[in-house]
Design a protein around this ligand. Structure first.
Ligand code: SF4
Ligand code: SF4
Length: 319
């Protein structure tokens, strides 16, 4: 795998500070039942990294002590963590809103037959990857059979009440471009998705979020090997919009890895870019909020993926 960090570190990005921490994003591990081309984690079935019980408890203590109200679970496929159900039940009982970054196909895997019901019981909000509504494009990016399995999973979620009008169970879809390009306009694309999915499959959902591909790990490596890295960085930089700096997600959230180490965002985690002006990595088991609030964020060239065009975050476009 080609490393993009030396190239990204050469590209300056404006300085930004954290404002507060509304969301804790927890990466439970890098195992995944899929192996997508655009993956910024390099996740796959053979990855074995996963959060230990001890770190899970330290993370829950942090959430309780600092009254974190939104937790965003990611991976890999976060649902493959052996204590996933325990975790969402504890968080639900603490009245913490849980977001699950779901690849959809996991809901059809053997051993996960009851997962969708568990998500519904604990009112977990689902943020599901669906990079296109056309079968050919989804399978090209995410693997053969992924589209069909995703449709089956979406129907299952609809049957449980997810994505239905007036239901408290939220089902959002996530679009990302097929390759080295920017996303189309989010509102218009959402309309196209809604029309197509309801007409063809009777599927409904709440919102569509567009996310820009970030040039790290598998996606970054693919760009280098196709000789597209520089042109993609030029595209991101030429589409820079300063007003997006206010809303980039690192200003309002923290990311922790499967070992409990803290980063400004999931992308910095994948690049192993530590918090700024620290001699050593901070750990969720020992950190205090004072160590984190209003601190300068570690930035590099990949940050232009968050500020290009309408902006991009784990919650879609920024403007
Ligand atoms: S993009 Fe998501 S579903 Fe695909 S390999 Fe990475 S973690 Fe798994
Ligand atoms: S890549 Fe991470 S650190 Fe950079 S602007 Fe985006 S969220 Fe912030």
């Amino acid at each position: 795998m080609l490393d993009t960090l030396p190239l990204l570190n050469k590209i300056p990005f404006p300085a930004i500070n954290r404002k507060k921490i509304d969301i804790l994003q927890i990466n439970l591990g890098y195992r995944c039942n899929q192996q997508c081309l655009h993956c910024h984690v390099n996740a796959g079935p053979n990855r074995s990294e996963e959060m230990s019980h001890e770190v899970l408890l330290q993370t829950l203590d942090f959430i309780k002590n600092y009254q974190i109200k939104i937790v965003d679970l990611t991976g890999g496929a976060p649902e493959m963590h052996p204590e996933y159900t325990y975790l969402i039940e504890v968080l639900h009982n603490l009245d913490v809103k849980v977001i699950d970054r779901c690849n959809l196909t996991i809901l059809n895997e053997p051993g996960y037959e009851n997962l969708a019901e568990k998500l519904a019981e604990n009112q977990v909000e689902i943020m599901a990857s669906m990079p296109c509504y056309l079968e050919e494009n989804v399978n090209k990016q995410r693997g053969n059979g992924v589209f069909e399995s995703s449709i089956k999973a979406l129907k299952k979620l609809n049957q449980l009440g997810y994505g239905k009008k007036d239901s408290p169970l939220i089902l959002n879809l996530v679009y990302n471009p097929q390759g080295a390009s920017l996303s189309p306009e989010q509102v218009k694309l959402e309309k196209d998705y809604k029309t197509f999915l309801v007409d063809q499959f009777g599927i409904t959902f709440n919102q569509l979020f567009t996310i820009t591909n970030v040039p790290v790990k598998r996606f970054g490596s693919t760009l280098i090997s196709k000789n597209e890295f520089n042109s993609y960085m030029d595209l991101l930089q030429s589409a820079y919009q300063a007003e997006n700096l206010e809303a980039v997600m690192c200003r309002y959230q923290l990311s922790i890895d499967w070992q409990g180490y803290i980063y400004d965002c999931d992308f910095n985690q994948m690049l192993d870019l530590p918090l700024k002006n620290r001699d050593e990595k901070l750990h969720i088991g020992t950190v205090s909020l004072n160590d984190l609030h209003h601190r300068e964020i570690t930035v590099a060239g990949h940050c232009y993926a968050c500020t290009a065009g309408k902006g991009s975050s784990c919650g879609g476009a920024l403007t």
